[in-house]
Design a protein around this ligand. Structure first.
Ligand SMILES: [Zn+2]
Length: 116
């Protein structure tokens, strides 16, 4: 379970951002995660809650947005998004099933914080 370390990093980044901008009250946090980032949203929400307990961030809502996987066919260059995250799905345009490049889906980042 790596969600706890992700949550700790998030809290550290948020704290730094808030201090930098002189913000004191945090309202919401949005995290974007690719389907290949192997993140369990419930586990991250739980870990975030645990990390913020007793801090000014306690009770803040963690929004999570998942980013679909996008692959590019190694043969014809068609970009497609496999259903259910199947990386070995054949290309819908030429049928090639090997060597697809992952264009999107591995991301994990703090997208936005709402604070005042
Ligand atoms: Zn193709």
């Amino acid at each position: 379970m790596h969600e706890m370390s992700i949550a700790q990093s998030l809290v550290a980044i948020i704290k730094e951002e808030m201090e930098k901008h002189g913000l004191t009250r945090l309202h919401a946090v949005r995290v974007c995660h690719g389907r290949l980032a192997a993140l369990v949203p419930e586990a991250l929400a739980f870990a975030f809650e645990a990390c913020t307990l007793g801090t000014p961030m306690e009770g803040v809502q963690l929004e999570m947005q998942d980013i679909p996987i996008v692959l590019r066919c190694s043969q014809c260059g068609t970009e497609f998004s496999p259903e259910a995250g199947d990386l070995f799905m054949p290309c819908p345009s030429c049928g090639e099933g090997l060597g697809h490049e992952v264009l999107q889906g591995k991301e994990l980042y703090l997208d936005n914080i709402e604070a005042e």
